[in-house]
Ligand binder design. Structure first.
Ligand SMILES: *Cc1c(COP(=O)(O)O)cnc(C)c1O
Length: 374
């Protein structure tokens, strides 16, 4: 059996190396390395795929969040609702711009923003909310949009882990994650579901005024060369990354199908185990399994379970071991108890999930977990 990885970027490269090497050589020979045709054409491809009016590429998923927040023109001290159970970038960017993150708890079954906790946290100062479509499953966007309209909040969807995943809205229409709020953001970090070979990110919107502003911000606020309309930054996707992403986008749907099949096999194998809970897909969302995360019963020692799996050559990861409101850098923003975020951090564990796992590896993972003697 081949060595099992959490994410297998090398196998992916090797499977497509002829094509990818050709793209690299073609881009290098073109002499156009920053912006240009390859970037434009990738943005067009992605906007067609997602059915969103504007795709603006940028340097990475963290910049995408920062640029989205800058484009909304909030004021210092404005409150932004964020989950604590997320990757740090979601909150870091809010703080960097001088806005105040207000941590909201998650639903313990979906690990996604809890609607009741959102409602409780809205004040007169609340100006925006950042739903994170964690692990590849979408937040309840119907409910979130309803609250956003009622309280006049901007919605920035952090779709770094959910590209290609769809959410159901009130109208029963299924729409791609990242295209429902005012702005959506994503990351093309190599281990993401649509990954490049370095850093990359993108911003989505159906609002043409916001799109114009976002385009200025990612390129120094520059309208024409050396004419600066607003304060911006330098955050651009390389031509090389764009060219590779255009190719990888053609593989995305197939990769999502493979991830879902693996998740089905895992779900079946583990359904009889009383000491863990498999991820449950909510009725308002699709799941593209950026991560496949199990919740262990409280009597199970996670470290021992991890050791056991590692000894058998099965890697695991804990996303995320400490919620942000418990971190040294962010605990000052902790205002209400977030019991579900804390409980989940203590009991969650992610097992290998990527489209290149073969059936031998999947069987081995299933059987090894099933024979764990807790
Ligand atoms: C990966 C990730 C980001 C940041 O993306 P980078 O490209 O690494 O900057 C932001 N939010 C979430 C939820 C992520 O998983």
């Amino acid at each position: 059996m081949n060595k099992i990885h959490m994410v297998d970027v090398v196998t992916e490269y090797k499977k497509h190396s002829v094509k990818i090497n050709e793209i690299i050589e073609d881009t290098l020979s073109s002499g156009s390395y920053i912006q240009g045709e390859r970037v434009k054409s990738f943005e067009k491809m992605l906007s067609d795929f997602l059915d969103v009016k504007h795709v603006i590429s940028c340097g990475n998923g963290t910049d995408a969040l920062q640029v989205a927040l800058m484009a909304l023109g909030l004021k210092m001290g404005d409150e932004v609702l964020v989950p604590s159970f997320t990757f740090v970038a979601t909150v870091e960017t809010v703080c960097l711009l001088g806005y105040k993150p207000v941590f909201v708890d998650i639903d313990p079954n979906s690990f996604l923003l809890d609607i009741k906790s959102i409602t409780k946290s809205i004040t007169k100062k609340t100006k925006a909310i950042i739903p994170v479509h964690l692990f590849g499953q979408c937040c309840n966007m119907g409910e979130i949009k309803f609250l956003a309209e009622k309280f006049n909040l901007f919605v920035i969807e952090d779709a770094a882990q959910s590209i290609g995943s769809k959410c159901k809205q009130e109208t029963n229409k299924w729409t791609y994650s990242g295209t429902i709020g005012d702005i959506g953001t994503t990351s093309f970090y190599p281990s993401k579901n649509l990954g490049c070979i370095g850093d990359g990110g993108a911003i989505f919107t159906n609002n043409s005024d916001l799109a114009k502003k976002i385009r200025l911000i990612v390129n120094h606020g520059q309208e024409e060369r050396y004419k600066y309309k607003i304060i911006g930054l330098n955050s651009r996707l390389d031509a090389l990354q764009a060219a590779i992403l255009s190719f990888k986008l053609t593989l995305l749907e197939d990769f999502i199908i493979k991830r879902k099949k693996i998740a089905d096999l895992y779900n079946k194998a583990f359904s009889t185990l009383s000491w863990l809970t498999v991820p449950v897909t909510q009725n308002y969302s699709d799941h593209v399994y950026h991560q496949y995360s199990l919740l262990l019963s409280t009597h199970i020692c996670r470290a021992s379970f991890q050791n056991y799996l590692h000894e058998h050559g099965i890697p695991t990861m804990v996303y995320y071991p400490i919620p942000l409101h418990k971190q040294e850098a962010y605990h000052q923003y902790c205002t209400i108890p977030l019991p579900n975020s804390e409980k989940t951090s203590n009991c969650i564990i992610s097992i290998p999930m990527h489209p290149h796992l073969d059936s031998k590896q999947i069987d081995f993972i299933c059987n090894t977990i099933k024979s764990y003697n807790q």
